[in-house]
Design a protein around this ligand. Structure first.
Ligand code: PGA
Length: 237
């Protein structure tokens, strides 16, 4: 069984999310987490689906206009949150320090951070992938104890694979996710869940499922297409 996390980004409007939710009752598997736009959390209330947010404030609840605090998310039953997605790192200039604060807020509220890490194509071509990943991990996790760092789910998402239809080979994913596991073991003595993300679809899920080194997937575009998403979930049981 693989963990399946849907990151619906800002794709669906109100009508489209209602359409998506029709017939989604069947998703009450413990290995599925959906991260819809926060404005739709209420629509998922009676669906029995585990919920995650796509972001969280780096501040506790209070005077932070426009932010969603971990306390608020937790209070409506959201137990997971993506942090450090490359789109936020790039477009909103989110730093590893910001991400570290977000992780602390989540852990203080007994929520599970889903930490995205990954290299650009240029970094990959310059053979800097390991260096980039170790910096992202070290700066985001900081000085957390082994017990706390182990609660973080890591999503390895090569930036060049996100939304492009290009997916690394199984060997490449195995090699890099093994590197991530070894790094976390060595520096934090923690055994984390490690996912792969980037253009996961119904077309490549069977191929990807052969990778023992990964515990599941973070899925963007394909998580917004109900039939495809349900089929992927089925193949991950
Ligand atoms: P994608 O996105 O599946 O559309 O490539 C993955 C992600 O950004 O988490």
């Amino acid at each position: 069984m693989k963990l399946v996390i849907g990151n619906q980004k800002s794709y669906l409007d109100n009508q489209e999310i209602d359409e998506f939710l029709k017939g989604i009752q069947q998703v009450n598997n413990s290995n599925v987490i959906i991260c819809p736009s926060a404005i739709y959390f209420n629509k998922f209330k009676d669906k029995g689906i585990l919920l995650g947010s796509q972001n969280v404030s780096s501040y506790p609840k209070g005077a932070t206009t426009g932010e969603l605090s971990a306390e608020q998310l937790k209070s409506i039953g959201v137990n997971f949150s993506i942090v450090g997605h490359s789109e936020r790192r790039e477009l909103l200039k989110e730093s590893n320090d910001d991400i570290s604060l977000k992780i602390k807020c989540l852990l203080e509220n007994h929520m599970v951070p889903i930490l995205c890490v990954g290299e650009t194509l240029e970094q990959r071509e310059k053979e800097k992938t390991r260096e980039i990943l170790s910096t992202q991990l070290k700066e985001a996790i900081g000085t957390l104890s082994s017990d706390l760092s182990e609660k973080i789910i890591i999503a390895y998402e090569p930036i060049w694979a996100i939304g492009t239809g290009v997916v690394p080979t199984n060997e490449e994913i195995t090699e890099i996710t093994k590197y991530i596991r070894d790094f976390l073991k060595k520096h934090y003595n923690s055994n984390n869940l490690v996912l792969y993300g980037g253009s996961v679809s119904l077309k490549n899920i069977e191929q990807l499922n052969r990778i023992d080194m990964i515990d599941g997937y973070l899925i963007g575009g394909a998580s917004t297409k109900r039939e495809e998403f349900l089929n992927i979930i089925e193949k991950c049981q």
